[in-house]
Ligand binder design. Structure first.
Ligand SMILES: Nc1ncnc2c1ncn2[C@@H]1O[C@H](COP(=O)(O)OP(=O)(O)O)[C@@H](O)[C@H]1O
Ligand SMILES: [Mg+2]
Length: 318
């Protein structure tokens, strides 16, 4: 449905994205994850035909973004990072206006407004002035305007930034509901967001794709070792050293009193040996459990460690 080929964009001397390639299939919900400045907004703006790419291209439902930009605008609904709202208008008035600029036929406008009011659950505030609504509600109005022309694809740039925790949960739920009938790309610099909403993640860092996989795929591909957490009542000072001497242990990190994080080779069955050692030496085991590698660990590995994507220093001209 969306095919991106070798997309690059430079703003003057600054290269914001480099050779980005990915595809999104119909019905998928894909998360675009990366730290601030990674190039998420740039990529989304290009896909929505708001800015041109410097190199490469993309096709949306088979239409080239350069040649068929009007066509593409009809298939895509876009929610920019700051929702494009007129604070002094009423919700329904604004949505009717959005319908007009989106070329919804006049005799279908009322139905289109009702449809998005319902989808975004803002029927109750339809007569309220947008500027007086909470940020969470304003964000829903932003989503509603993005959907007014009934697009198949939704592109949402950081849809939950600036919202409070309850609003975040509500917007996430709304996006999940929309996922059943739309293809969605959403960007975020927050991990839990992506893990909760998306089926697939594209991790972007310094303008390049650092990884792209399903959540499970990412976790297992990055897993080269496993970790155990050991908590004891009274491990003696030499305990960490004793643990390090066990076969197949890679590292031992003492944590708070009597606690250790043990990294060991995959499938080493080390749990038994650690338990035996702790029992024999009477360390008083309180807890011994495997620690899963979280997406957060992977994200940090990919975006901060060497062995991640190739780092190029780009002078900061701003
Ligand atoms: N209009 C612009 N002019 C110059 N540099 C820009 C412009 N927009 C973005 N950039 C730069 O491009 C890089 C990517 O930005 P952006 O796509 O906004 O990242 P993200 O959305 O992931 O935070 C950043 O280094 C940013 O400073
Ligand atoms: Mg951005």
């Amino acid at each position: 449905m969306i095919e991106v080929e070798n997309l690059s964009k430079s703003y003057g001397p600054r290269q914001a994205i480099k050779n980005i390639c990915f595809q999104v299939n119909k019905g998928e919900v894909v998360g675009f994850l990366g730290p601030n400045g990674a190039g998420k907004t740039t990529t989304m703006n290009i896909l929505c035909c708001l800015i041109p790419a410097s190199q490469g291209t993309a096709r949306i439902c088979g239409h080239d973004i350069f040649e068929r930009s009007l066509q593409i605008r009809k298939i895509i609904g876009f929610l920019p990072e700051t929702p494009p709202l007129y604070a002094e208008m009423t919700v329904a008035g604004f949505l009717a206006f959005a319908a007009r600029i989106r070329l919804v036929p006049a005799n279908k406008t009322a139905a289109a407004v009702d449809r998005v009011l319902e989808k975004c659950r803002i029927q109750d505030v339809r007569h309220r002035i947008i500027g007086r609504l909470s940020k969470g509600y304003q964000q829903r109005v932003g989503l509603a305007q993005a959907m007014i022309h009934d697009p198949q694809i939704l592109i949402l740039d950081e849809p939950t930034t600036g919202l409070d925790p309850i609003q975040i949960i509500e917007i996430r739920k709304l996006i999940k509901d929309l996922a059943s009938s739309h293809t969605i790309i959403l960007s975020s610099h927050i991990l839990p967001e992506v893990t909760q909403i998306c089926q697939r993640v594209i991790i972007i860092n310094e303008g390049e794709i650092a990884a792209m996989d399903s959540l499970d795929g990412l976790t297992s591909a990055m897993r080269k070792s496993e970790r155990l957490h050991l908590k004891t009542r009274n491990a003696p000072p030499g305990a960490a050293e004793r643990l390090r001497q066990l076969r197949r242990v890679i590292s031992v990190r003492p944590e708070d009193r009597g606690q250790f994080l043990i990294e060991c080779e995959l499938d080493s069955g080390l749990q038994d040996e650690v338990a035996r050692l702790a029992l024999e030496d009477r360390w008083g085991i309180v807890e011994l459990k495997p620690v899963a590698l979280t997406l957060e660990d992977i994200f940090l590995k990919l975006t901060t460690e060497e062995g991640g994507p190739h780092h190029e220093t780009i002078p900061d001209h701003r």
